[in-house]
Write a protein that binds this ligand. Structure first.
Ligand code: BGC
Length: 489
């Protein structure tokens, strides 16, 4: 492979792309052939992301049946809804240790086992407390998978395809959410919630099966001083490439990092910049409102004048669920071409504008008063729908996939697992806070100002990305580390 990584955009502050020293001997991992083993890696990533999305999206359709079955109080409704997210938060934190100690592939297997176990418990739960335990266990699986799977794909994908591989994970999340919406619409009888929640066990089993034959990450094996095993796996994944050159580059990068990576090493000043970039992306991805819309789309459409349940379900399933899936293909097409930064900067402008439009539309709906309540979707209601569609499209090709891609490529090998775990856990914590307080915020300050607040966060996020986040497309994971050296953090 002759081409050096393309330099980051010229207006990127203070950053100048200098290929890493590994470039000359690291012709592998830049591009290459799409082998059967890379396909296996992709399947692992797709199932993990799909389960993440499905388990996140399924509760909105299942809740009515659960409420009837267990006569839940509003507090318990919140617990049943949110304990998957809490489980995911804990799972993501634990996954740092798991992925570093046991390996990326075994962590995916643990996640699969948790999916199967959690789905089974939920499907057969005789009482609320058992159901909540099942929700928490499946949440642990979601959390472990949300660290292990993108990390696994980032380490195994050739550099030139890495963005696409991790975006495939985001694509799978969106497909999972969409399927959950579809199933929620199709299975509406009160007893069907057990099928909806138990259904996650099937892809869980498939993930377990594929995970058993999948290759381990050569980068993790190198970190564990298992060069022979790393060579075997690498030769399997990319047989046409120069394994020795690639392994030398990985070894050189590991040697440049401090020898001992203690538990707290990820907090060292040396790695402050990647950590802040990872945390910033994780937080901005959530505080700009995506999950307020994913979880509460029905209610948002309700207040925008979509009066019947059927019209709300259709709007949610297609305008949010399907659009989210389709727009992710934009990221897959462009993330390794135009790069992460351009997608982020363009997408976040779309997000900001659409949030402002939705905010204004809600103000108009409020001013129109109760007359609107019985009149069906008004112009303002339709504008709200259009605004949300633009928001979803903009998110789906920017902050959605780019956050996961960058979190998984910015950390040096020795601390990658822990770094990814901390950022992912912070992402889950932010998701939890937004989904927990969205309705309260709407009650306190109204829909219009709430969306205005998301828009303000989006503007701040845009400025921060412009000033602080470098381009990483085309670099090997080892070369990405040179960015932090050049800028002196
Ligand atoms: C986010 C999720 C969100 C999903 C929506 C993901 O990147 O992490 O919180 O629900 O995108 O597509």
């Amino acid at each position: 492979m002759s081409a050096l990584p393309v330099a980051a955009p010229s207006r990127r502050p203070k950053l100048k792309a200098v290929p890493g020293s590994g470039e000359a001997e690291d012709p592998t991992s830049k591009g290459g052939r799409f082998t059967a083993w890379l396909f296996v890696v992709l399947v692992v990533v797709l199932f993990s992301g799909g389960l993440f999305g499905y388990d996140q999206g399924v509760i909105s359709g299942a809740l009515t049946g659960i409420k009837t079955a267990f006569a839940l109080s509003p507090f318990l409704v919140e617990v049943v809804t949110s304990w998957v997210t809490l489980g995911a938060l804990v799972g993501a934190l634990v996954a740092g240790e798991l992925t570093d100690r046991l390996g990326r592939r075994r962590s995916v297997l643990i996640a699969a086992a948790l999916f199967i176990f959690g789905a089974g418990i939920q499907a057969y739960a005789p009482v609320t407390v058992v159901l909540v335990c099942g929700r928490f266990i499946i949440g642990l699986g979601v959390g472990v998978a949300s660290v292990a799977a993108p990390l696994y794909s980032a380490e195994l994908a050739p550099a030139a395809w890495r963005g696409r591989f991790v975006s495939a994970y985001q694509l799978a999340i969106t497909v999972g959410i969409f399927l959950a919406y579809l199933l929620g619409g199709a299975l509406s009888s009160t007893a069907d919630w057990r099928i909806m929640l138990g259904a996650a066990g099937v892809p869980g089993l498939l993930l377990l099966g594929i995970g058993l034959i999948a290759p381990e990450s050569p980068r993790w094996l190198m970190k564990m001083h298992r060069r022979e095993d790393a060579r075997t796996q690498m030769a399997k994944i990319e047989p046409s490439e120069d394994c020795e050159g690639a392994l030398n580059a990985i070894a050189a990068a590991l040697n440049r990092e401090s020898k001992t990576a203690s538990r707290g090493a990820v907090l060292n000043a040396e790695w402050r910049r990647p950590l802040l970039i990872g945390l910033g992306l994780a937080i901005f991805q959530q505080i700009t409102g995506i999950n307020a819309i994913i979880y509460y789309a029905d209610q948002i459409f309700g207040s925008a004048g979509f009066l019947t349940e059927a019209s709300r379900t259709t709007a949610t399933t297609w305008a949010i669920g399907a659009v989210n899936v389709l727009a992710t293909f934009i990221a897959i097409a462009y993330i390794d071409g135009v790069g992460r930064r351009v997608l982020l900067l363009v997408g976040m402008i779309g997000m900001t504008v659409s949030l402002v439009v939705v905010g204004v539309a809600f103000q108009l709906i409020k001013q129109a008063g109760p007359a609107l309540a019985n009149a069906g979707p008004s112009v303002a209601g339709i504008v709200t729908l259009a605004g949300l569609v633009v928001f979803i499209i903009s998110f789906a090709f920017s902050l959605g996939p780019v956050t996961w891609t960058m979190i998984n490529e910015i950390f040096p090998g020795r601390i990658r697992g822990r770094g990814v775990a901390i950022c992912t856990a912070v992402n889950w914590a932010s998701a939890y806070l937004v989904s927990q307080f969205f309705l309260t915020l709407v009650d306190a300050i109204g829909s219009s100002l709430t969306f205005g607040l998301f828009a303000v966060f989006s503007v701040i996020g845009w400025i921060w990305v412009y000033v602080y986040v470098p381009e990483t497309k085309g670099f090997t994971l080892e070369e990405v580390q040179d960015l932090w050296k050049e800028t002196g953090k």
